[in-house]
Design a protein around this ligand. Structure first.
Ligand code: CTP
Ligand code: MG
Length: 389
């Protein structure tokens, strides 16, 4: 069955008490929402993802999704004043061919593809299914003044989590019934129950916690540090080549070099800086510069590539990494680059927020061989090592 995930991320995180909604806060090196979406991106049964965020956060969310290479996004929609309304708006935006909908709180970043698949399988069998864990603590009902009125028998009691998966037609009908009856619930199952649909329980996990209060953040970060690749080092390689033409400036490493030819490109065509950007993005597993700064986008026309490098370095820091060192080789027959290497190095080190020793620059000719040798173009290779900050 074709499954679409609907991720309510439209809350403001009052109980967290932070300056911004918790779903955008960095947790173990990544925005919380990205952890959640990566789990759905990595689940083979999920075909599409719809995210509902506060209306004011749509542009920022779309940028984050691009930066982090989330591939299955179908729509980013404005959430509503309650979780129920955010889900309803997400539901309205799922692809027409959707048969099952998997609703999952953005605030549960530790969900696994295995749990998502288990909930989907149970919903295929029963029509609707949710992740839940049996209550393990003894339960007390409070009388007035924080005094115990009674002990509640916990046998047969479960705590509901998400994912909550249901046939799309059932879920749409349940939301419509809730709207008609002014029924308010904090999860999909309560709406489905109200509508009269049976819902199955799937054993979830205590680690699939919902980040609600500050202490949840600490626990989730500790758990995520265990499951995210423990490697504190990342390696990356970048290669780029641009054509030499008349009537363009030759800019390498942010330095304008006097020459009768210059490099052709949408930006300033600084091939050396592009190779370095690609090496850093490669090490982050974040694709390449074409994806982050498309050459179809007029805002990048003629832009200094050092500005692009600064963006890439910002992304690297957001992901919790710093540049340990970079080694860059420029392949050019002409002109002589040696007199400019020191200034290029200063520029690149500054953009990378490291000392100059961390950035090595070399230039070579190809002794007249190949496109570089014929002065048809200039190429550059870069390798980088990143380390966890
Ligand atoms: N949510 C939503 N739209 C709302 C309220 C909540 O999409 N109007 C989402 C939250 O972003 C979260 C999930 O529903 O992913 C569960 O909600 P909760 O944990 O209560 O998050 P917040 O409402 O943001 O937090 P708080 O209640 O502390 O303000
Ligand atoms: Mg809430």
């Amino acid at each position: 069955m074709l499954v679409t995930a609907v991720i309510p991320a439209g809350g403001s995180g009052q109980r967290m008490g932070l300056a911004e909604p918790k779903q955008f806060v960095t947790l173990a090196g990544l925005p919380l929402l990205i952890h959640t979406l990566r789990a759905f991106d990595a689940t083979p049964a999920i075909a599409a993802i719809v995210v509902a965020v506060p209306a004011a956060e749509i542009a920022r969310t779309e940028k984050l999704l691009r930066q982090h290479g989330i591939t299955k996004i179908h729509a980013v929609v404005a959430g509503g004043p309650t979780r129920q309304e955010s889900v309803q708006r997400g539901l309205a935006a799922v692809p027409a061919e959707t048969e099952l909908v998997a609703v999952h709180d953005a605030a549960r970043p530790l969900v696994t593809p295995a749990l998502i698949e288990a909930c989907i399988a149970a919903a295929e069998e029963h029509g609707a299914a949710i992740a839940a864990v049996p209550v393990k603590d003894t339960l007390k009902r409070e009388a007035s003044g924080q005094m115990i009125a009674a002990t509640v028998d916990r046998a047969g009691l479960w705590q509901a989590q998400t994912p909550q998966v249901a046939r799309r037609d059932l879920l749409v009908a349940a939301y419509a019934t809730a709207e008609r009856d002014h029924f308010v619930g904090t999860d999909e199952a309560s709406l489905l129950e109200h509508h009269g649909c049976p819902v199955a329980l799937v054993a979830g996990s205590e680690t699939n916690l919902k980040i609600t209060r500050p202490e949840d953040f600490t626990i989730a970060e500790a758990l995520l540090m265990q499951t995210t690749p423990a490697t504190s080092l990342r390696i990356g390689h970048g290669y780029d080549a641009h054509r030499l033409v008349e009537g363009r400036a030759l800019i390498l490493g942010g330095v304008t070099i006097p020459h009768r030819l210059g490099l052709l490109g949408h930006s300033d065509a600084d091939v050396l800086t592009h190779a370095l950007c690609d090496a850093i993005l490669g090490a982050l597993g974040a694709g390449d510069i074409g994806r982050h700064f498309p050459d179809s986008d007029p805002q990048y026309r003629g832009i200094s590539s050092l500005i692009l490098l600064e963006h890439v370095v910002g992304l690297m820091h957001d992901q919790g990494f710093g540049l340990a060192n970079a080694d860059v080789t420029v392949i050019a027959q002409q002109p002589k680059l040696a007199p400019h290497i020191a200034t290029m190095r200063t520029n690149l080190a500054k953009a990378c927020r490291v000392s100059e020793e961390a950035v090595n620059l070399k230039a070579t000719t190809t002794e007249g061989m190949g496109f570089a040798g014929r002065e048809e173009g200039i190429a550059a290779h870069a390798v980088v090592l990143l380390s966890r900050l």
